[in-house]
Design a protein around this ligand. Structure first.
Ligand code: PMV
Length: 327
């Protein structure tokens, strides 16, 4: 039996898109985790097996061999993991063969940070397996480096939240600041099942901002104010206010063109079923929405999202970032 580690997925509670232009955003780690099990092999192969994606293959002398599933898909999923493995092996100072099994409960390509959660889990598991001293900072840096392969120039939100967990305030020029949030944040997350591209969505906002600077500037200021007010609401355990702020934030996101019909349907259904607030999360244009919901209404909101054709699951904030599950 190998070493097992895990790391959480994330949602952006408030501030997506506007964060690209320097405004603050609030990000939460949620209790959906990716798990990685690592074992040493007798040869020098790096064997990777994703149970949830049904993909398997190995790297040997720089070549990739597929064993299960589509080779192109497997390569694109495994390449960032390979990079993280190489970084840990560098720290270890010796090349060893490895078996790495991944089992993630995070929906993929839905803006929930599944790739960062997988890499943070693999990095943590390997550190423990090889007795390489690995601080949270090290896990973050390695995960961030490997995310650059997946996303080009990511803000670093996904690797940070997968590594550190909890609630983070993020702003481009100041980076991450943990927020001490005592209250539970019960959420229903609804996956529209509609594929979207973060890049395309970011470009939409850029275009509208260039065309209507005088209109979009005040929207950005409003988004900042929403986040600042939300910090107080979180500190004061005031979920009602937080829900209202989420609804206003959704209106701003709609205004800059990143909501769509699939999201609006789920958001409306959630509000009608009693959610305190609902909005898209992440890039929009499909992907996921979130509904802040009192504990007693979680099932009701979840059912409403399901009825309208979404894929709901209930999630809570988790304070636990990347962690070792079994040595
Ligand atoms: O859906 P995601 O996790 O790719 O979120 C994108 C968040 C944006 O604010 C739209 C872009 C960014 O880089 O922050």
């Amino acid at each position: 039996m190998g070493v097992v580690a895990s790391a959480p997925a994330k949602i952006i509670l408030l501030g997506e898109h506007f964060v690209v232009y320097g405004e603050p955003a609030i990000v939460l780690a949620i209790d959906k985790r990716a798990y990685a099990e690592a074992e040493i092999r007798n040869d020098k192969k790096l064997c990777l097996h994703s149970l949830n994606l049904n993909l398997a293959g190995y790297f040997e002398n720089g070549n990739f061999k597929i064993e299960k599933g589509n080779a192109k898909e497997a390569r694109s999923k495994f390449e960032p993991i390979k990079l993280a493995v190489e970084k840990v092996l560098e720290k270890h100072g010796e090349n060893v063969g490895l078996d790495i099994k991944i089992n993630s409960t995070v929906p993929v390509a839905a803006g929930l940070g599944s790739s960062a959660a997988v890499v943070a889990a693999v990095t943590s598991a390997l550190g423990a397996l090889l007795n390489v001293k690995m601080s949270k900072e090290d896990v973050f840096r390695i995960t961030y480096e490997s995310e650059k392969i997946v996303h080009g120039t990511p803000s670093g939100i996904d690797p940070a939240i997968s590594t550190f967990g909890g609630t983070l305030l993020f702003q481009m020029d100041t980076g991450f600041k943990p927020l001490d949030v005592k209250t539970d944040i019960p959420l229903v997350i609804g996956d529209t099942g509609v594929a979207r591209s973060t890049r395309v969505q970011v470009e939409k906002v850029q275009a509208i901002k260039e065309k209507y600077p005088q209109i979009v500037e005040p929207i950005m200021l409003a988004a900042r104010e929403i986040v600042l007010k939300a910090i107080d609401a979180l500190k004061g355990n005031d979920l009602e206010t937080l829900g209202e702020l989420m609804n206003i934030n959704q209106a701003l996101l709609y205004g800059v063109g990143v909501s769509d019909e699939s999201l609006e349907r789920l958001i409306n259904a959630a509000r009608k079923a009693g959610a305190l607030g609902a909005k898209l999360t992440g890039a929009g244009g499909g992907g996921c929405m979130i509904a802040l919901t009192k504990n007693e209404n979680l099932e009701q909101v979840s059912e409403a999202i399901q009825r309208i054709g979404g894929r709901p699951f209930i999630a809570k904030k988790t304070d636990e970032g990347a962690r070792i599950e079994r040595t």
